[in-house]
Design a protein around this ligand. Structure first.
Ligand SMILES: [Zn+2]
Length: 272
């Protein structure tokens, strides 16, 4: 599903558009022309649908031989679990934060809190986080090139440690792929796991609100300054709607939301 000229949605599960396995995160393809990169891998293995994701890439008209990188936002199984599948199928290079790379290399299920997630019933009891070699390539502010596009990594901890968001530049748009930093509707999820830290979450959200990308608060306000139409009467596209952030309190042990709290953060809902 092409989202822009440079970015396509090639996978996603029950929390998205059911393009691949039910537990998959949103999985994106970045098109830099002569090079392509996949962002996040889904859960992979017998419970995943890596073959469907590859078929989606081809159905959108892309050449699998051009896929050079898999970029991981963070190490949770719904984002990194399919890495070994993609490496086997495409021979690509897996790039991640140093912590994510170390964790993935040994398939460390404790670091990613998989036992909690299995106990809650979110993941099948027989799910295995398959190890995969990865390069700990990302540092805050460091960029890589994917063909003609520049991808800059921003460290955005809070949802987990070693979490990065990616700013995609080099075309007429500046797009942000933010992993699990913010979900649809401006929602963030505080989980009862050791590396989900609300202060870091807030700092990451506040920091990314200062980064200029299409759909960001600053870009919307710049458009408002230029617009002759009163902003209150304009119908904003869903991809750039400014929303208040709803904090959902969930428990990884019982798997149910325990409550929610509105916080004074504003964000946009094109991420997640
Ligand atoms: Zn996550």
């Amino acid at each position: 599903m092409r989202l822009t000229n440079e970015i396509a949605l090639i996978g996603g599960g029950n929390y998205g558009f059911n393009l691949s396995a039910p537990l998959d995160c949103h999985i994106y393809l970045i098109d830099g022309g002569d090079e392509l990169a996949i962002v996040d891998a889904g859960i992979g293995g017998p419970h995943g649908a890596t073959g469907e994701i590859l078929a989606n890439i081809e159905a959108d008209g892309y050449d699998l031989n051009k896929v050079k990188y898999l970029l991981l936002t963070h190490y949770h199984a719904d984002h990194a679990g399919g890495s070994a599948d993609f490496k086997r199928e495409l021979g690509l290079t897996v790039l991640a934060s140093p912590l994510c790379a170390q964790t993935l290399a040994i398939g460390d299920e404790d670091i990613i809190s998989l036992p909690f997630a299995k106990a809650s019933g979110f993941y099948p009891a027989d799910y295995v986080f398959e190890p995969c070699p990865a390069e700990g390539a990302f540092a805050d502010g460091k960029s890589i090139n994917v063909g003609r596009l520049k991808i800059t990594a921003y460290e955005t901890n809070g949802h987990s440690r070693g979490h990065f968001s990616f700013l995609v530049e080099g075309s007429d748009r500046r797009s942000l792929i933010s992993g699990d930093l913010v979900f649809f509707g401006g929602t963030i999820i505080a989980q009862n796991i050791p590396d989900c830290i609300i202060q870091e979450y807030a700092a990451s959200c506040q920091r990314m609100a200062t980064v200029d990308f299409d759909g960001s608060r600053s870009s919307i306000e710049a458009k408002r300054q230029r617009s002759p139409t009163p902003w209150s009467r304009r119908r904003m596209p869903a991809s750039s709607r400014l929303v208040s952030c709803v904090l959902k309190i969930s428990c990884a042990l019982c798997g149910f939301a325990a409550g929610s709290l509105k916080v004074r953060t504003t964000w946009v809902d094109r991420c997640g």
